[in-house]
Ligand binder design. Structure first.
Ligand code: ASP
Length: 333
């Protein structure tokens, strides 16, 4: 599929609050990053990512169906995906221009707008765990780099640490080498950056959930973009850009070119369109992908306060999983 063409897939599940019968009312959506189409990957790599997505969905669904909280479901699902090297989050994260990993993550509680995030961390095995701890154990929202690492030190070994090299995979090394070669060929930095931004992202993870108590939560975790400048922070740890949750409207997680999500305040904008424009979640997601973002910028997943799920991307593909209390359980691209 040609980059630049708009590929928009919106999956919508609607159900009334009574339609659940005796089933607990919950809904969950997960993404494994926007970017390439499934057929651009090797069949083995695609199958392995799909299997991981299926397992992540099973874990999240179990927590929610047993009455667990949306925050627990979001954190547990993202930890699982961070530990799976198929994804660009935690183990398997991409490398920056200095050949190191700098990881970003955020989490938000729709019940009270509490949120926590870490940016540019380099030894925290599961950034989403640290993000939740920033939310619950500090009066702040976002801790960055050395400050986030120092905060992790203060948490009595409950935030697991690893050497930076632990995150590295052969795939991440090859992606960096490829982009460096392209940079050497291209003389224009701006052209190279444009090319990089449109072709090399995939594997960020995100999860949104509505629990049986009526609370929404959202979380996102990423290694960012291959060959990013040292110190670059994307949208994933920026509440309102890559992540947002408010029980009044919806929970949202984005993936794609972080700068575009920050410029357009995309995650918050989806919620705001629902709150002030009275649009549905599916309409708000579609509008952001079609009219606010540029073609091939990325994708979005969301769950609204009534349990409707919507997902979409304007890239060639986005691995995603959706499940709910009515028995829906699907993994697709
Ligand atoms: N949004 C992430 C970032 O810009 C990358 C991605 O979603 O693939 O850091």
């Amino acid at each position: 599929m040609r980059f630049g063409s708009l590929v928009l897939v919106v999956v919508l599940a609607c159900f009334s609050s009574t339609a659940f019968g005796d089933e607990p009312k919950f809904a969950i959506a997960i993404h494994g990053g926007a970017g390439s189409a499934k057929d651009a990957m090797s069949p083995e790599a695609a199958a392995s990512s799909e299997k991981a997505m299926m397992n992540a969905l099973t874990i999240g669904k179990k927590i929610l169906s047993e009455g667990g909280t949306s925050l627990d479901a979001v954190e547990t699902v993202i930890v699982f995906l961070e530990n799976d090297s198929n994804f660009n989050a935690g183990k398997g994260a991409v490398l920056n221009a200095a050949g190191k990993h700098e990881l970003d993550a955020s989490i938000m509680n729709g019940e009270n707008l509490q949120c926590g995030a870490v940016a540019g961390v380099s030894t925290i095995k599961n950034p989403i765990v640290a993000a939740r701890r920033v939310m619950t154990e500090t009066r702040h929202v976002l801790l960055a780099a050395g400050g986030a690492e120092a905060f992790a030190d203060s948490q009595e070994s409950t935030i697991e640490r690893v050497e930076n090299g632990w995150f590295t995979t052969q795939k991440a090394i090859e992606r960096l080498e490829q982009l460096r070669k392209m940079e050497a060929i291209e003389n224009s930095t701006s052209q190279t950056e444009r090319l990089t931004s449109k072709t090399d992202y995939m594997g960020t993870v995100g999860c949104v959930a509505l629990d049986s108590h009526g609370n929404l939560a959202a979380g996102t975790s990423t290694g960012g973009m291959t060959n990013k400048k040292f110190g670059r922070v994307g949208d994933s740890p920026i509440v309102g850009a890559g992540t947002y949750a408010d029980n009044k409207t919806c929970a949202v997680s984005g993936t794609g070119i972080g700068e575009q999500y920050i410029r357009n305040a995309v995650a918050y904008n989806v919620a705001a369109q629902m709150q002030y424009g009275k649009t549905s979640l599916a309409e708000a997601i579609e509008d952001n992908l079609e009219n606010r973002l540029d073609p091939a910028d990325g994708g979005l997943i969301g769950v609204d306060k009534d349990g409707n799920i919507a997902t979409g991307t304007n890239t060639a593909g986005m691995l995603r999983g959706v499940a709910d209390g009515k028995g829906r359980f699907e993994v697709s691209w």
